[in-house]
Design a protein around this ligand. Structure first.
Ligand code: SF4
Length: 363
């Protein structure tokens, strides 16, 4: 197939659904790790197409949603320092921290600018040499290489006013954490497509080997996801869990060597604070010592109030897959896209936002 429309073909979708129906004889509980997959599944009504034996749960793969309140509070505190410009992806603006949001801080006078890439942030730094420009570096392995490239660029150009608040997180370690928590019995994981373009499929090998859970890397079109589900169900029915790729046009088993080199040049593995899960060793990235001068967390000191969680918000449980947005008593009543209580209602990849926008039965 050459064109994106071909991955949305209704006739082929029906054939794949029929294949899943034919294959599936026993309950199969699957988690789509990635928020992008949750949105695609909801938008295309994929859950409703699948037989009752196949259950799909949303996972923690939304970078905005998993950013801990403590880190949002830090970003807001940095924004309130004099001569600071915060640059961030737009999704972060409305995410509530313990007491405020970046949007609120901007309303109170902080200089916070929405950017579409790290390149934009570098340009702002070049145009404002008298200011310190901080990029809020959220995301997974997908965004880490471009953030790494921005740091190497700043180093090469001798820039002294560009910083990154590094909140990057790693997918395979948090998958391991979820499996170790044992809160859920999972039979299969729809592994993230964009992350796997960078890291490949090999880092998931421990999942079938150590946990007997099937893994298939999926793209984001309806046929990609249905194919991944069919492959997962086939593995589960055979009782032979393994790692497979249903997104061959984007993902190689070994990943993207250049992007991985960039990441490894600028970053080293560190602990990370995940919403709903807490501090997890070796699940994030920090700047290597050689680039520590670009680390906003080290370059600036802020005083933080105690961290508070929004009362009644169950984003943490939703991110661990143990609850759905429909289980939240604030969903669609108090918590709405215009007045989000938690990050899962703010982010374009958040489960609550996707259920609100597309959920027919909220089941
Ligand atoms: Fe949190 Fe709102 Fe989702 Fe409830 S509906 S879990 S309050 S984001």
């Amino acid at each position: 197939m050459k064109f994106i429309d071909e991955y949305r073909d209704a006739g082929l979708s029906k054939k794949l659904v029929a294949r899943v129906e034919q294959l599936s004889t026993r309950p199969a509980r699957l988690m789509e790790f990635c928020g992008g997959h949750t949105v695609a599944i909801m938008r295309n009504g994929i859950r409703q197409l699948l037989p009752p034996t196949v259950e799909m749960l949303s996972g923690p793969g939304c970078p905005v949603c998993v950013t801990a309140n403590a880190d949002i509070d830090k970003a807001i505190a940095l924004a309130r320092l004099p001569d600071i410009v915060i640059t961030t992806f737009g999704d972060m603006m409305k995410v509530p921290g313990s007491y405020s949001s970046l949007q609120q801080a901007r309303g109170e006078g902080a200089d916070i600018r929405i950017v579409y890439s790290t390149q934009d942030a570098l340009e702002i730094a070049k145009d404002n040499p008298q200011k310190s420009i901080i990029f809020i570096g959220i995301g997974f392995e997908t965004t880490a290489p471009t953030i790494a490239a921005s740091i190497l660029h700043a180093e090469a150009e001798g820039m002294d006013n560009f910083y990154v608040l590094c909140l990057l997180k790693l997918c395979p370690p948090i998958m391991k954490t979820l499996l170790d928590l044992g809160e859920l019995r999972l039979d299969g994981i729809v592994c993230p497509g964009h992350v796997s373009v960078i890291i490949g499929s090999q880092p998931y090998e421990f999942i079938p080997r150590d946990y007997s859970v099937a893994c298939v890397v999926s793209g984001f079109e309806p046929l990609d996801i249905l194919l991944a589900v069919a492959m997962l169900v086939e593995q589960i029915e055979e009782g032979k869990p393994r790692v497979e790729i249903a997104y061959r046009r984007g993902v190689k088993p070994e990943g993207n060597k250049k992007a991985l080199e960039l990441m490894n040049t600028a970053f080293e593995v560190d602990r990370a604070d995940w919403r709903g899960i807490g501090m997890v060793p070796a699940s994030g990235l920090k700047l290597r010592d050689k680039y520590a001068r670009f680390d906003a967390g080290q370059a600036f000191t802020v005083t933080l109030e105690p961290v508070r969680e929004a009362k009644g918000c169950i984003c943490g449980d939703i991110l661990r897959g143990v609850k759905t947005p429909a289980d939240c008593r604030l969903f669609r009543k108090v918590c709405l896209p215009e007045h989000p209580v938690g990050p899962c209602m703010v982010s374009s990849e958040g489960a609550c936002a996707a259920y609100y926008e597309y959920g027919a039965d909220y089941g």
